[in-house]
Ligand binder design. Structure first.
Ligand SMILES: Nc1nc2c(ncn2[C@@H]2O[C@H](COP(=O)(O)OP(=O)(O)O)[C@@H](O)[C@H]2O)c(=O)[nH]1
Ligand SMILES: [Mg+2]
Length: 204
């Protein structure tokens, strides 16, 4: 649920990049961080283990202008995708206002994608979130790899997108699809915010 801070006239929304290990979640955040204007982004923090895998989270507050006089701030997180970081993923997912599921388009990662998408739904169920109520978009990353190694977007839609949510082909390293994905999930989050649903208020 978005946190509304009335005194500071600020709304903070949390977006979590979910997906299997090494699908490109951190690369998305790095690209956004590189391209976001310096006065609109905060520090990116990440904890890495050996071999550049995210252990805990990346964090990027990003202001996207104002709505009705409130500054909207987005906090972007990535989860560690490896199977054994299950509890960390649940912790990071807590309170998410929107989720980007980053799938790895490589054929050999088909099962990992399915498994991770299932894990996302399990995690949502555990925290009592109805996935139909949650702004969710899919991103099919690594579409720059040779055609014989990857699944085309239509095939990934067949494999994963039974909810029929927005999906985007992407190349997170080069940036293709990265802002399109972020923009879409942000829109969904803000649209939901505009709908009459209770928000948590802090401050006065
Ligand atoms: N070819 C290609 N490689 C990518 C792309 N996005 C990420 N990678 C590579 O995939 C690996 C894992 O990326 P990372 O962002 O750390 O994945 P994460 O585990 O989901 O955070 C790294 O070596 C990235 O350079 C992409 O769009 N295309
Ligand atoms: Mg990562």
């Amino acid at each position: 649920m978005p946190v509304v801070h009335y005194a500071a006239r600020e709304i903070t929304c949390k977006i979590v990049y979910y997906g299997p290990g090494r699908s490109g979640k951190t690369s998305n955040l790095q690209y956004i961080h590189r391209r976001a204007p310096a006065d609109r982004r905060g520090e990116m923090m990440s904890l890495a283990t050996h071999g550049d895998r995210t252990l805990f989270f990346d964090f990027l507050p990003l202001d996207l202008g104002t709505i009705s006089g409130f500054t909207t701030r987005f906090q972007l997180y990535t989860v560690p995708g490896q199977v054994y970081y299950r509890s960390t993923r649940r912790l990071v997912l807590q309170g998410a206002d929107g989720v980007v599921f980053v799938a790895d388009s490589q054929r050999r990662q088909r099962e990992e994608n399915v498994e991770s998408y299932r894990d996302l739904h399990e995690a949502l169920a555990e925290q009592g979130t109805d996935p139909r109520d949650l702004p969710l978009v899919l991103q099919y990353n690594k579409q720059d790899l040779p055609a014989d190694l990857i699944c085309p977007p239509a095939e990934l839609d067949q494999l994963l997108n039974f909810r029929n949510v927005p999906s985007f082909p992407a190349e997170a390293l080069g940036g293709r699809g990265v802002f399109e994905t972020l923009r879409r999930v942000s829109e969904l989050v803000l649209r939901r915010l505009a709908a009459p649903a209770p928000a948590v208020a802090t401050g006065r």
